[in-house]
Design a protein around this ligand. Structure first.
Ligand SMILES: Nc1ncnc2c1ncn2[C@@H]1O[C@H](COP(=O)(O)OP(=O)(O)OP(=O)(O)O)[C@@H](O)[C@H]1O
Length: 324
């Protein structure tokens, strides 16, 4: 069986006045049907640019300059803009961080979800309305009959996010990309939304890419995890393996900054130092200026992502030492 999604050696660069920014710099991973892959890493590590690249939504000054993205065996980088539009909304959907920016303020909720059904399944206005109400109920909106007539600004943040999820799932995508789907929401709503994504992905065998800063969410939701640092994947493993035997000093740092589970979750930003400026990346390993294990070798040689044990790959010259 082919992978649902295969990203191979993806490079997406931004041409800025200061120079070329290698936001995604040779990223490879796969997503299977029914599987949830979490992509984690600090702000600016290239997670969103990776998902935008898959969606075919990278816009100038950004450009995919290398690699291959294959969806069900189909080379996405060879599709026309029209073919890509058809794929989005039919087979691949995305839930963005901020639902207000993705909903149109001048149309009712019913109109917007209904449009997905009209466009992609050729349903009549009335049929689309019925389907929209059903989908709103599925995402846990109780008074859906009333909500279809509301405008986005009349709803709370949590409700809007549910509407976005309803829209993203209306066409029963094979791949769902959820980019920080719950960051702006309160903890109870967060849990409900994540449950919903999980249930629907299992019911429909949907592949999910979950982009998040929150390792608590990763532990609950993911099957596998890819850790990104400065535009590259530095570690990839099953969720159990990553939490039990983290192999990259950066991952260890992220796990170290996981707040006590009984406390309110925080964003991960407590590793000393910061993500390097992509315009002047350090020589050798990009993480070496922040790494407790780094020595002279790490300042000159760049590590490759190498499979250390089955299904567990780490990009670190000191991987053996780190494991001890
Ligand atoms: N339009 C743009 N022009 C120039 N550089 C950009 C542009 N969009 C993104 N970048 C650069 O690409 C890099 C990766 O950004 P990206 O948004 O993918 O990070 P991220 O890991 O998703 O962060 P966050 O968690 O904050 O969303 C950043 O260094 C950013 O500066």
């Amino acid at each position: 069986m082919t992978h649902l999604l295969e990203v191979h050696g993806l490079k997406t660069y931004f041409k800025t006045e200061e120079g070329l920014v290698p936001s995604v710099n040779g990223v490879s991973f796969t997503v299977e049907r029914g599987e949830t892959l979490a992509i984690v890493g600090e702000s600016g590590s290239g997670k969103s640019v990776t998902s935008m690249s898959i969606m075919g939504l990278v816009s100038s000054p950004g450009k995919i300059v290398g690699g291959k993205i294959t969806f069900e065996g189909q080379d996405l980088l060879k599709l026309s803009a029209k073919e890509m539009r058809k794929l989005r909304g039919n087979d691949i959907s995305i839930i963005f961080q901020e639902p207000m920016t993705s909903l149109n303020p001048v149309f009712t909720i019913g109109n917007q979800i209904g449009e997905v059904y009209r466009k992609h399944q050729g349903l009549s206005k009335q049929q689309a309305q019925v389907k929209s109400i059903e989908m709103l109920e599925k995402v846990g909106i109780a008074n859906a009959i009333k909500i279809v007539h509301s405008f986005p600004h009349q709803l709370s943040g949590g409700m809007r996010q549910r509407v976005m999820i309803a829209m993203a799932l209306a066409c029963r995508p094979k791949l769902l990309i959820a980019d920080e789907p719950t960051t702006a929401l309160d903890v109870t709503i967060q849990a409900q939304i994540l449950d919903l994504i999980e249930t629907l992905s299992k019911e429909e065998n949907t592949g999910v890419i979950l982009i998040t800063h929150d390792l608590g969410v990763v532990a609950e939701m993911a099957d596998r995890v890819a850790v990104m640092y400065a535009g590259e994947i530095v570690e990839e493993a099953s969720v159990y393996e990553l939490f039990e035997h983290p192999g990259h000093p950066y991952t260890i740092g992220l796990l170290g900054s996981l707040p006590n589970m009984n406390e309110q979750r925080e964003r991960l930003d407590s590793i000393p130092g910061s993500v390097p400026n992509m315009l002047s990346m350090p020589e050798g390993c990009p993480f070496h200026p922040r790494c407790a294990y780094a020595d002279q070798e790490c300042t000159v040689s760049k590590p490759q992502l190498v499979e250390r044990t089955a299904g567990h790959a780490v990009s670190c010259l000191k991987a053996e030492e780190v494991r001890k």
